[in-house]
Design a protein around this ligand. Structure first.
Ligand SMILES: CC(C)(COP(=O)(O)OP(=O)(O)OC[C@H]1O[C@@H](n2cnc3c(N)ncnc32)[C@H](O)[C@@H]1OP(=O)(O)O)[C@@H](O)C(=O)NCCC(=O)NCCS
Length: 167
């Protein structure tokens, strides 16, 4: 699995991964409600993704496996994780774990001392296992109440030991 900065020509494939990740993996959040899904997907177009990628104050990274984008993530220089979406074809093969570590490293390189994010219900357990703590009540995003503000100081080990029996 290679992690590299996204390029403009990645926008279309990255957008497909993003949309499939939401539709196929995030059912705990959208519960297959067509209205919620439409709201969530409304700004996920290749054009918007390409525009996001040119933000000067953020890094867009992709995890590439055998020539295909396995996951896409983004972090601002201030440490806000904007995206972290794995392809359903690459789920539970370490793509999000490696990508998140790379996003945290990039934020640290840019001077951030902590990473913050709003987790989906789907990824909440994943972030907890990576050392993120919930820092406030759930917030509303795209009509769903399942946005969990989380935060992790940087400079600690990227991965906490997972208790036996899972998390
Ligand atoms: C949950 C998710 C983030 C995990 O990413 P992944 O690339 O599939 O998985 P990885 O192999 O990198 O990480 C595995 C970790 O996922 C977690 N995990 C394992 N099974 C899980 C499950 N059924 N549900 C949630 N998390 C699970 C564990 O923490 C596991 O860590 P461990 O191997 O140390 O025990 C991903 O599968 C997913 O559903 N993404 C959907 C998009 C999304 O919600 N993104 C977050 C936006 S804020």
């Amino acid at each position: 699995m290679e992690i590299r900065d996204a390029r403009r020509e990645d926008a279309e494939e990255a957008c497909r991964v993003l949309r499939r990740s939401i539709v196929e993996l995030c059912a705990a959040d959208h519960r297959h409600d067509p209205g919620l899904l439409a709201a969530w997907l409304s700004n996920k177009t290749p054009q918007t993704v390409a525009a996001w990628m040119s933000r000067p104050d953020a890094s867009y990274l992709v995890a590439v496996d055998e020539g295909a984008i396995a996951a896409i993530g983004a972090v601002t220089d201030a440490g806000e994780i904007l995206l972290n979406y794995v392809s359903p074809d690459a789920r539970f093969r370490g793509a999000s774990r490696v990508l998140l570590a790379a996003l945290e490293s990039r934020a640290a390189e840019r001077g951030a001392t902590r990473c913050t994010l709003i987790s989906t219900e789907t990824a909440r357990r994943f972030y907890r296992a990576r050392g993120y703590e919930e820092v406030g009540p759930p917030v509303r995003k795209f009509g769903m109440d399942s946005g969990y503000p989380m935060s992790k100081p940087l400079g600690l080990t990227a991965t906490l030991p997972v208790p036996s029996g899972g998390v």
